[in-house]
Design a binder for this molecule. Sequence first.
Ligand code: PLP
Length: 226
Amino acid sequence: MPSLTENLEAVRERIASAAQRAGRKHGDVELVAVSKTYPVEMIREAAEAGQELFGESRIQEALIKIPSLPSRLRWHFIGHLQSNKVRKVLPYFELIHGVDSSSLARDIDRIGGEMGIFPRVLLEVNVSGEGSKHGFAPEALERELEGLLAMPRLQVEGFMTMAPLAAEAEASRPYFAALRELRDRLSTATGIPLSTLSMGMSGDYEVAVEEGATLVRVGSAIFGNR
Ligand SMILES: *Cc1c(COP(=O)(O)O)cnc(C)c1O
């Protein structure tokens, strides 16, 4: 079995190759090592192999793990966030990936004001329209985006999506391409860069990089099966 360090190296190489195939610089893509469910020892091992950015999706688990790890590590919250957890989450995470409604965005904005910070967020978009998925429908996003961008504290840096579960990575391509095209259109319409695209997981991150991802969220390809 390859070691965690070897897995990490392999993922980094695949990201670099995918970026090169798409004519992008590999520095344009950052790897979020998704460490949910994995123990702090494994996170420490990844950190020793040079990985500094990690993603967690379960608040209780994350708030136990993060304080016991080196403070130089950076954390992204990638899970479904409930309004009553915002105050707990904001101090630990530099970016919230899954803001999926205007009401959650308003709560983050308000609490950011109370805490004296400017929370950085990505808006989750349900590109596939699957009922089981969180996120703004593309049409709702087009309607609500101006209001979201006008919030005084909220820093909307771009979008996040999840492709439907599929055996083939190629099946994700149309969804990733659609998110990039939506972003391009909304960026032009609003004059705001919206430059961050969080898309791609262990099964489809190379396709995501080819389609413009700037953040890929990769867990099991690094840490092993959960
Ligand atoms: C768990 C998770 C991932 C990583 O999934 P892997 O298949 O293990 O790479 C990515 N994004 C989100 C939102 C997740 O919950």
